[in-house]
Design a protein around this ligand. Structure first.
Ligand code: TRH
Length: 355
């Protein structure tokens, strides 16, 4: 089928990050994809070289003519020309709005519902809501067909790190940091500095905060930190696969940390009305179902602190968590999710049912 994917970059990397991953997964399965985006600049480092089967065009150059499926990401709307084509019935693709990821119960209720838009004359232009999610009855999570095999074959990441000129010492734990500005960052660095730790800093806010808090030497106690360059999405996965703990944010990096199968600490995208508190809670309800009471309490406290939901700025308490239990639970949860259909397969099936 021929797909047009629409993406508007609001801020950060999540909008284009998700849109590119979906485009690449579709193209990898033999679909033809045109990705229309209002700011493609991040693709220069996220997807250098592009991918076969994907054409990237400017937002204004988007057209629904000749396409079978029109996907709007995160309610970004349609470019004027596309809206005009749809109103004039010059094109009749299946229209889908792929929404934000959440573990909240409304996702199951809303997934697959029609979201009719209307022409000025009141004629309906049906669009379907498609909600990514963690459970049955949602659109699932992006997971390319070979992802878990590639992850299993990757090994412990020492060779990949060496390719970046980074030598991980024998006794060091390896931690990645991708975060928003976070008042609890100082406490996290304290908690990490108690034992030999190599902290790998992603560009932007993680590196900025580490430099402010650790100084130019980037050391504290037994912790040494190293700034990384912006990585391609493929190498960002490699980073997560190389670490014992991944500190991630937003949506797409959370999903990739889940597939890495190692413990992760998630910072939700902060919303003014504190809507992220419910998001974090709902996620933890799912992630911790089946965990021991002790692990569940300690992980919940850690996530609350890191997300600023624990009252006064408290220090993230990594020491309270049984690490082996956390690792085994993360792996079990990953394997359970991997038994569910992935987002792209679910989307292909959904579109087929609407044609
Ligand atoms: O960048 P984010 O904070 O994106 C956010 C969220 O998606 C949020 O929900 C949304 O509303 C807001 O953007 C607008 O975090 P996220 O979602 O993890 O996206 C980061 C992307 O960047 C992801 O695709 C991984 C990619 N990435 C790389 O490819 N290389 C890198 O070196 C890094 C650090 C990230």
């Amino acid at each position: 089928m021929r797909w047009t994917l629409l993406c508007r970059v609001v801020d950060n990397f999540g909008d284009i990050g998700f849109a590119w991953r979906l485009a690449a997964d579709l193209a990898g399965r033999g679909e033809q994809v045109r990705l229309a985006v209002d700011d493609a600049s991040a693709l220069a480092w996220m997807a250098p070289g592009g991918a076969a089967g994907i054409e990237v065009v400017a937002w204004e150059a988007a057209t629904a003519a000749g396409c079978d499926v029109l996907v709007e990401t995160f309610g970004c709307g349609w470019p004027e020309a596309v809206a005009a084509e749809l109103v004039a019935r010059a094109a009749r693709p299946v229209c889908v709005n792929v929404e934000h990821l959440s573990a909240e119960p409304f996702v199951e209720r809303s997934h697959g519902l029609p979201s009719p838009r209307f022409t000025v004359g009141g004629e309906p232009l049906p669009t379907w809501y498609f909600y990514p999610g963690f459970g049955d009855g949602t659109g699932g999570l992006l997971r390319e067909p070979s992802l878990l095999q590639r992850r299993a074959a990757f090994g412990d990441g020492r060779a990949w790190l060496a390719g970046l000129g980074i030598e991980r010492r024998r006794d060091e734990r390896c931690v990645s940091l991708f975060c928003y500005p976070n008042p609890a960052a100082d406490g996290l660095l304290d908690a990490l500095s108690i034992e030999p730790t190599l902290l790998l800093l992603t560009p932007g806010s993680a590196t900025r905060q580490a430099l402010e808090l650790l100084g130019p030497g980037l050391r504290r106690g037994s912790l040494r930190a190293l700034p990384l360059p912006a990585l391609s999405q493929v190498d960002f996965d490699h980073l997560l696969w190389s670490c014992d703990l991944n500190v991630v944010r937003g949506e797409d990096s959370l999903v990739r940390a889940v597939w890495a199968g190692a413990p992760f600490l998630w910072q939700a995208y902060v919303q003014d009305d504190a809507a992220h508190a419910a998001k974090v809670d709902a996620f933890l309800d799912r992630f911790l179902a089946g965990a021991s009471t002790g692990l569940a309490a300690a992980v919940r406290r850690l996530f609350s602190t890191w997300n600023g939901l624990a009252g006064a700025v408290a220090a993230p308490d990594l020491g309270a968590i049984d690490r082996a239990e956390w690792a085994a639970h993360s792996l079990r949860w990953r394997d359970g999710l991997a038994a569910q259909p992935d987002l792209t397969s679910a989307l292909l099936g959904f579109v087929a049912s609407k044609r």
